[in-house]
Design a protein around this ligand. Structure first.
Ligand code: FES
Ligand SMILES: [Fe+2]
Length: 332
């Protein structure tokens, strides 16, 4: 009886190396290269689409509220389960619609019972909304100021049937471009996140800063102790508020991490606030991955916890960049 060969374990054991003895990357991480990559990303069209949140957070029977680019937005599922979104203030006397209950797809205002089924009513006009299966998007033409597109610009993702997906949201005091700049500086990975990454090299960086082909990075993900998983990852910016990392070689090839930056609006001190909605879509050709898919409800919190740890640091980077930028102290 022949047996299928066991797939080779992707883990490597790495000789421990003190943090301070790794190769400095600051000479490669040229400020002008990062700035050009950010500029090129910001020049791409978004069609005025903004990520509102995780699609599964907008569940039937409950309204979801978020201020996007200073515009109060409410979203819910209509009777057919479709995503609907619109202004978050009731057209009657301005009550917060996100606090209203939803029954059979109808959102009812708590103050005097005005009912909305997603269609224009009593001066309330819905915003275009899009559910891509993982994320909910809203189109705000007044805030975006670009030529509207019928759908958001979406990154290439693996087929949902073979994936485990999780979404993590973090917020900070900065603008979307500070989040994009953090993600377009892959050189910080092993220095700033030594708990997650090791042996990072940027294989190629575009000469003119145009990241249409992206930045390709060789990096080892730390799993536990000395065990690492080496992969090749490519960073691209398909639109001005999104940076995507595709695993292009190694374990989990085809997996995607999408970081979407959504401007929220000013805080009580007038400083800009931004949400990062990060979608992690993991896939693997490994036979055991079917088991992992079955365990997805248990895996999602772990995936979110890993993203949360990275974003605690990355948000501090983005906030620092905004502080420097807004006071004219950002090195160039
Ligand atoms: S404020 Fe909503 S019905 Fe009056
Ligand atoms: Fe980072």
């Amino acid at each position: 009886m022949s047996r299928a060969p066991r797939p080779r374990l992707p883990l490597r054991l790495r000789r421990p190396q003190p943090w301070a003895q790794q190769r400095p990357t600051w000479r490669d991480a040229r400020p002008a290269v990062i700035a050009d990559a950010v500029k090129a990303a910001l020049a791409r069209p978004s069609g005025n689409w903004f990520v509102l949140g995780a699609a599964r957070d907008i569940a039937p029977g409950r309204a979801f509220g978020r201020t996007v680019a200073g515009i109060e937005v409410v979203a819910w599922r209509d009777a057919a389960g479709r995503l609907v979104a619109g202004p978050g203030a009731c057209p009657h006397l301005g009550a917060p619609l996100a606090l209203g209950p939803v029954h059979c797809g109808v959102l009812r205002c708590r103050w005097h019972g005005l009912a909305l089924d997603g269609a224009p009513f009593a001066g309330w006009e819905p915003f275009p909304a899009h559910d891509d299966g993982l994320l909910a998007w809203v189109r705000l033409d007044g805030a975006g100021g670009e030529l509207p597109l019928p759908q958001p610009v979406l990154p290439v993702r693996p087929r949902p049937a073979g994936t485990v997906a999780a979404v993590h949201t973090a917020t900070g005091v900065c603008e979307p471009e500070d989040v994009v700049a953090n993600r377009l500086d892959p050189w910080h990975g092993a220095w700033f996140h030594p708990y997650s990454f090791a042996d990072l090299t940027v294989a190629d960086s575009p000469a003119g800063g145009e990241p249409s082909e992206g930045l390709t990075v060789e990096v080892s993900f730390k799993v536990a102790g000395r065990a690492v998983v080496p992969v090749t990852a490519r960073f691209t910016a398909p639109e001005p508020r999104t940076v995507v990392m595709h695993i292009v070689a190694g374990e989990g090839r085809g997996s995607v991490v999408e970081s979407h930056a959504t401007p929220l609006g000013p805080d009580d001190r007038g400083r800009p606030r931004t949400a990062v909605v990060e979608a992690i879509v993991a896939t693997s050709r490994r036979p055991g991955f079917a088991l992992a898919r079955a365990a997805a409800p248990a895996l999602r919190p772990l995936m979110r916890a890993a993203a949360a740890r990275l974003w605690r640091d990355d948000m501090a980077y983005a906030e620092r960049r905004w502080q420097l930028r807004s006071s004219g102290r950002l090195p160039d």
